[in-house]
Structures are given as structure tokens and as C-alpha cells.
Design a protein around this ligand. Structure first.
Ligand code: ZN
Length: 274
């Protein structure tokens, strides 16, 4: 048992993975199962507020890996773009308050905005909030999303595009998140992971189910799909990444089940397949 816990020493669970749980229930449920780390989603933070949530998290002893999520920079009007930037500044304040050193950016896209233009708006948006992030000591990670989300969720669809943005922004505070669900299909993945190197700020795992019954909420537990998770993990580690391994699963099927049991299944799947 001790060895098993030791092997889970890098395991982190996203509160979205146990979406039906409140933040309080998630904290207690993870601690109960010996999960050492948590990534907090803003919707779980909201009912408690960052101050109370920060206290709960510090009292729990859990490592807070990141706050999800910022981003959604592109918009058709300047007013909407400024509103998005202000929301990101609020997210940075929340991250600082709960002790999260990192915000993951789902960068955004909007029908009607050509993708190259959306990408420029993303770079401009990150540049605009970067001083706020620097002052708060909170890093920003650009997470490329699978191209099936290029209409409304992100115009950043490959790790190459994310790496290019990191280069364009030229700040140690900006890096990338490698989420196997979004990038596993990419023939250039290994090379782009190597290129990202120290700018890999976080690593997300789940699996790609066949057939996928829903574009958003049918992700699988590790081992239930076709992603070569261990191979990708080896690539990010070869690139220098030593951080927590975060289980982020959106699944209507898993959310309908007993969440305490789900946490135990996650630990098993992590030990066998990650
Ligand atoms: Zn992710």
C-alpha cells in the first residue's frame, strides 16, 4: 500500500474530473484517497470565493497545481476583448489568492474571426495581461486544443502554434500545457515537445474513446482509448518536465457515477497506464 501511494506521488486531479463534487467535497475526497495535488476550476472556486477556497486548500495540505481556466481572448469588438482581458486579470488574482502558481489558458476562438486573426488577438491578449501575471507571480500556460474545437474554444490547435506564441511573447512567465487528448494525433508532437523544453508548464492526461460519443464530454479514463500516454509522458520527461501529472476528464458517463469510486478508479488507471 505504501508503495502504491508512493507511485501516486505525482498524481493531480482536476476538480472538473469530479465535476459533481463541490470544492469542499473534492478536497476531502482527494485527501481521503491520498491524492497529493489538485487543479481547481473557476466554477468550483466561485461558490466559496478565492479567499475561503484558499484557506480550505492550505488547510488540506494539497498541492495546488493550477487554476483552470483563463483565455478566450478573441472577440469581434474591442469592448469584448477588453472584458476578456479583465476577466483574465481577475483569474490571475484568484490564482494568487488560492496559491496556484499557474493559469491554464484555453485561448479562445469565435466564428467569423479568421483563425490567423484570432491567433494574433490571442498573442495581443496574453501580452496585455502579462504585466499583471508577472506582478502576481502567476505563470500562464497556452494549452493547444484539438482542432475540432477551432470554431469556438481555441484557435491554437497544435503544440507548434503554442510554441510559436511562447517565442513571440518572449517571457519566462509564458509556457505551454501538453494535454494528450488534444495533441496525441500530431505527427510533429515529439519534436515540438522537445522544442518546448522548459516551457512545458503542465501535463494533462485522459484517453480518446472510440467511438467518441460526444465532442466535449466523452473523454476516457487512461487505458480506455487509443492514446499512447506512456510514450508521450516519456517525451515530456525527456524534455525536462518533472511536474505533477494531471488527470483531466470530461465525461458525462463518469460524472453520473459515485465520485469516490471514480477517484479510486483514476488511481488504478494512473498506476497501470500513465
Ligand atoms: Zn487540459
Amino acid at each position: 500500500m505504501a508503495e502504491k501511494l508512493e507511485n501516486c506521488s505525482r498524481l493531480c486531479i482536476h476538480t472538473m474530473t469530479t465535476k459533481p463534487w463541490t470544492l469542499r467535497e473534492a478536497i476531502d475526497g482527494y485527501v481521503q484517497e491520498g491524492v497529493p495535488a489538485i487543479t481547481v476550476w473557476r466554477q468550483h472556486l466561485e461558490p466559496f470565493g478565492p479567499k475561503e477556497a484558499g484557506k480550505m486548500l492550505r488547510d488540506s495540505g494539497l498541492q495546488v497545481v493550477s487554476l483552470c481556466r483563463g483565455g478566450f481572448f478573441p472577440a469581434t469588438s474591442g469592448t469584448a476583448r477588453e472584458a476578456a482581458r479583465n476577466d483574465n486579470r481577475r483569474a490571475i488574482d484568484e490564482a494568487a489568492e488560492i496559491g496556484a502558481p499557474l493559469i491554464v489558458l484555453v485561448c479562445g476562438a469565435a466564428p467569423g474571426i479568421p483563425l490567423p486573426e484570432a491567433r494574433q488577438q490571442i498573442i495581443d491578449g496574453i501580452a496585455a495581461v502579462l504585466p499583471h501575471a508577472q506582478a502576481a507571480g502567476v505563470k500562464l500556460a497556452i494549452e493547444p486544443l484539438h482542432p475540432m474545437y477551432a470554431d469556438t474554444r481555441s484557435a491554437v490547435n497544435t503544440l507548434e502554434q503554442a510554441n510559436n506564441m511562447v517565442v513571440a511573447l518572449g517571457s519566462k512567465m509564458v509556457g505551454v500545457t501538453v494535454d494528450v487528448y488534444h495533441v496525441w494525433w500530431d505527427a510533429n508532437l515529439e519534436g515540438e515537445i522537445r522544442r518546448a523544453g522548459e516551457s512545458i508548464f503542465s501535463f494533462h492526461v485522459c484517453d480518446w474513446r472510440t467511438p467518441t460519443r460526444d465532442f466535449l464530454n466523452d473523454r476516457g479514463l487512461m487505458g480506455e482509448g487509443c492514446i499512447e500516454i506512456r510514450k508521450i509522458r516519456a517525451w515530456v520527461e525527456r524534455a525536462g518536465f518533472r511536474g505533477p501529472i494531471e488527470v483531466e476528464i470530461f465525461s458525462d458517463e463518469l460524472w453520473s457515477q459515485d465520485q469516490a469510486l471514480l477517484v479510486r478508479r483514476i488511481k488504478n488507471a494512473y498506476l497501470r497506464h500513465v
